[in-house]
Ligand binder design. Structure first.
Ligand SMILES: *Cc1c(COP(=O)(O)O)cnc(C)c1O
Length: 430
């Protein structure tokens, strides 16, 4: 990793004033750090400093960066074809990927829709549920149920089932459809739900199920909506209630999929299968944008036997061969690796080293599940101050709200993970 890139002050000023980064202002902009290269678990800043990556670029880079096998998969595919439309055409990388996804997914999920991003996979999943209901001849059941504190993406359908406050629904109230939100699960991952919570859920279904086609949620780990790990029996209860009230269950495994929580898919913690499952993020090991929505024979048949006769969705870049090829190699690397041991080791180390922070007055709580470590602060974290401190400590960590969290690549070494924890400790005790 010897590259150095030069960024002129004009480049950086242009970036600051003309380029929107995720959820940023162009009138009161914060500077972004120029990165020249990334390799292993390290991001290399343009000035030559190296940062240990604690974010896996938002859950994606599970094997780290510049991975020789993944590079080769992209290069080999590039020599054959970079892209080709998926309408009326098929190709080896897509067939191999969809076969693999069906093989490793929870039982019953066997029909695959490839999408060009996570949010689009969510849109596709929601449209599947709507078309399914239409065929069944059940008018008035086009709404969704979900839970507060969720995050499902930034397109409008996905956004309408994100947490109303976190998603600022009031800003978009004239635009977003209204859906039904149950309380955020109260009990933690290690706990069991109380009867009272189950009774509340039963009541919620009695009130709203007849207007809804599906229940959508993130299984076990609510990610960008608050990094909350909840009791598996809550998910089991939702599965039961969906069956009882004839609702489809959509599991958004975008963040949790491919081992992050210690199971290949988080639904496995509750031993359930959803009717529709969305995956993305780690699917391509952080190389390309690609996601998928999988469903059952039952749902697919209803969709295709309905008025349209087809599933009404088809993004330009769905099934992009480069993305499928790198996803195939990524899943091969994952499944042939000792990922479970790695995730367990990260969990153990995070539990040991992050937990002492819980006694610091500015810290509200520390929680760890799989390769995810969360320090919830009492107060909102000043992101640019925190980032500056982290960069000075040689790490890349990006907090949001009152949460400082780690979800490192699975390949991270004990020492580097220790360094990430130390940087958080230094920031909190600064
Ligand atoms: C990131 C994410 C999405 C959206 O994926 P994009 O690729 O950003 O569109 C949806 N659901 C969950 C749970 C996510 O973490």
């Amino acid at each position: 990793m010897q590259q150095r890139s030069n960024f002129s002050p004009e480049d950086l000023a242009f970036d600051k004033h003309n380029i929107w980064h995720p959820y940023t202002s162009l009138t009161n902009p914060l500077p972004a750090y120029p990165i020249a290269a990334a390799s292993g678990v390290r991001l290399k800043l343009a000035d030559g400093r190296e940062l240990i990556d604690g974010m896996s670029s938002w859950w994606t880079a599970i094997h780290g960066y510049n991975v020789p096998d993944l590079n080769r998969a992209v290069k080999d595919q590039l020599e054959k074809m970079a892209h080709v439309m998926f309408g009326g055409i098929t190709h080896r990388p897509a067939i191999d990927l969809c076969k693999k996804l069906v093989e490793i997914s929870p039982e019953g999920l066997e029909k695959v829709f490839l999408a060009d991003s996570g949010s689009v996979a969510i849109e596709a999943a929601m449209k599947m549920a709507v078309q399914y209901r239409y065929t069944k001849g059940q008018p008035g059941r086009g709404k969704f149920m979900t839970i507060s504190g969720g995050y499902h993406g930034d397109t409008s359908g996905a956004m309408s089932v994100c947490d109303p406050e976190g998603g600022m629904h009031h800003l978009f109230s004239e635009f977003l459809p209204k859906h039904f939100f149950a309380d955020r699960p109260r009990k933690r991952f290690e706990e069991s739900c109380l009867e009272e919570e189950f009774a509340d859920l039963e009541q919620f279904f009695r009130l709203h199920a007849d207007k809804c086609t599906a229940f959508i949620l993130e299984p076990i780990v609510q990610g960008a909506g608050g990094m909350w790990f909840y009791a598996p029996d809550y998910l089991g209860k939702i599965r039961d209630l969906c069956d009882e009230h004839d609702l489809l269950l959509i599991a958004d495994e975008m963040a949790t999929g491919f081992g992050r929580t210690g199971k290949l898919f988080a639904s496995e913690h509750a031993g359930i299968s959803p009717d529709i499952m969305c995956v993305g993020k780690a699917l391509t090991g952080g190389y390309m944008t690609q996601a998928a929505a999988l469903t059952t024979q039952h749902v697919a048949a209803a969709i295709c036997n309905g008025e349209a006769g087809v599933f009404m969705h088809g993004p330009t870049f769905m099934g992009n061969p480069l993305a499928c090829a790198v996803a195939n190699k990524n899943l091969e690397l994952l499944l042939e690796s000792n990922w479970q041991e790695r995730v367990n080791a990260i969990e153990t180390q995070l539990k040991q080293e992050l937990s002492p922070l819980a006694s610091t007055p500015s810290v509200k709580e520390v929680r760890v599940l799989g390769a995810i470590g969360v320090v919830e602060m009492e107060e909102t974290v000043n992101v640019s101050d925190a980032q500056k401190c982290f960069v000075e400590n040689g790490v890349w960590i990006r907090p949001f709200g009152n949460l400082i969290y780690l979800m490192p690549p699975y390949v991270i070494k004990e020492r580097d993970l220790g360094q990430l924890v130390k940087a958080i400790t230094n920031y909190i005790n600064r």
